[in-house]
Design a binder for this molecule. Structure first.
Ligand SMILES: C[S@@+](CC[C@H](N)C(=O)[O-])C[C@H]1O[C@@H](n2cnc3c(N)ncnc32)[C@H](O)[C@@H]1O
Length: 417
């Protein structure tokens, strides 16, 4: 584990050197390695005695041999391979605005090599092994954070203080919103690392997703058979939290993400929801029309162009628009402006990044506060500081936004500046 971590850091440093961000990343790394350990130790000491005694260790053991662990199904793995190959083929002729550049190009390059090799070679056995260890494999780094918690727990002296204090803080925020602790559930898919709770393993992000699922349910309470689209859905944690709420009345939840991440997300959702109808790319049209017979879908990000005007009740994006190239975020905004018929929510930071891409070009992001839909069609219901903030994210001022489409706003293509 130690050498794996060193290799990972070395690969990241080499990549940061070539894209011109090594100085900034080193500064943040040094601050984080001194300030955060002090902060989380103090936070741990102020926890109540029962919280300090929560049995964290058994949440971080290997769960793959546990009763109830969901083994991978060859049929699922075969479908994921087919969808990935179809996605990579379609990606060759996709709108250049959706090219993956900047930080996610780096992360896919550094973290997903093994996954990509197994997908390209259609190596079902290797893929099954990687997916069954989901959450603890590098290809899930940054896409929902379970992997980062696992690494920190295993390699940092204060990793346990970090996890326990942040987990308890998130749980308390969820409760303050009216969230029921009994509703905090997570299936034994892959190898999650987190707090043993309700007989499940609850990761820090599961609580954040459960909180936002409650909010979404509130916004959509008067919409029958709501259609939700998430851009950059990661491993599918947000989709899982909303779709497992039977009283949420969501008819379709559709995720658009980078093909490599979409393959991991597909695995998670197929295993987590054996009784739901799930569509992957190539298995039917990229359409959210009521006549399409599926409950959840995972599609490659650039295929979002197929969404019909006025077809989606809620678009959601978290920690993603401000991490991608600005051209991509702007292109998504154009789609949202024409396809959204009700709400658009996003949670993004306000730090400008400029990356040097491997082809020598640079990539600059849009700030969260710049991701604003056309004001003649949408009104902002709120902008507020983000509710959940990890200790290392204090460097990033970030906000939550909720927009609503104005009644009577014109349909069709818009070219707002
Ligand atoms: C930090 S993760 C957030 C995941 C999830 N939204 C959450 O809050 O747990 C960022 C996500 O954005 C996705 N992403 C990055 N660039 C993207 C792009 N150009 N189009 C769609 N998704 C993208 C990543 O693959 C990843 O799933």
């Amino acid at each position: 584990m130690f050498w794996e971590r060193i290799r990972y850091l070395f690969a990241k440093a080499r990549r940061a050197w070539s894209d011109g961000t090594l100085g900034e990343k080193t500064r943040r790394f040094l601050i984080a390695s001194v300030r955060i350990p002090c902060e989380v130790t103090l936070a741990y000491l102020t926890l109540s005695r029962p919280d300090r005694r929560l049995d964290l260790a058994s949440g971080f053991v290997d769960h793959r041999a546990r009763p109830g662990h969901r083994r991978s199904k060859p049929e699922h793995v075969g479908r994921i391979i087919a969808a990935y190959h179809a996605s990579k083929q379609a990606q060759q002729i996709a709108d250049p605005a959706f090219q993956i550049r900047g930080v996610w190009a780096e992360w896919i390059d550094v973290n997903s090599r093994e996954l990509i090799a197994a997908l390209n070679e259609a190596d079902e056995a290797r893929l099954a092994a990687l997916f069954e260890n989901l959450h603890r494999e590098p290809f899930t780094a940054g896409a929902g954070r379970g992997y980062d918690d696992y690494l920190r727990y295993r390699t940092s002296l204060t990793g346990r203080f970090y996890f326990r204090s942040v987990w308890c803080q998130y749980r308390d925020l969820y409760r303050e919103l009216g969230g029921q602790l009994d509703d905090l559930r997570y299936p034994l898919v892959g190898n999650p690392a987190g707090m043993p709770f309700n007989g499940d393993v609850i990761q820090i992000n599961t609580i954040r997703h459960a909180y936002h699922a409650l909010e979404m349910q509130q916004w959509l309470r008067d919409v029958a058979d709501a259609i939700v689209v998430e851009i950059g859905g990661g491993i599918g944690g947000q989709a899982h939290q909303l779709m497992q709420r039977a009283d949420a009345h969501i008819s379709k939840y559709v995720i658009f993400d980078i093909p490599e991440v979409a393959s991991a997300c597909s695995y998670f959702l197929l295993s987590a929801f054996p009784d739901k109808r799930i569509r992957l790319f190539g298995e039917g049209p990229v359409s959210v029309d009521a006549s399409e017979g599926y409950d959840l879908a995972v599609f490659p990000h650039f295929e979002i162009r197929h969404l019909a005007d006025n077809s989606v009740d809620l678009f959601h994006n978290a920690c993603s628009f401000s991490e991608m190239d600005g051209a991509a975020a702007a292109a998504y905004l154009r789609v949202i402006e024409r396809a959204c018929r009700r709400y658009f929510s996003h949670i993004n930071h306000d730090i400008r990044f400029t990356y040097r891409n491997s082809d020598g070009s640079t990539s600059t992001n849009l700030l969260g506060s710049e991701v604003v839909p056309d004001p003649s069609r949408f009104r902002r219901l709120y902008k507020k500081p983000r509710v959940f903030c990890l200790p290392e994210d204090r460097f990033f001022p970030a906000y939550e936004y909720l927009y609503e489409r104005l009644a009577g706003a014109p349909d069709g293509e818009v070219y707002a500046t």
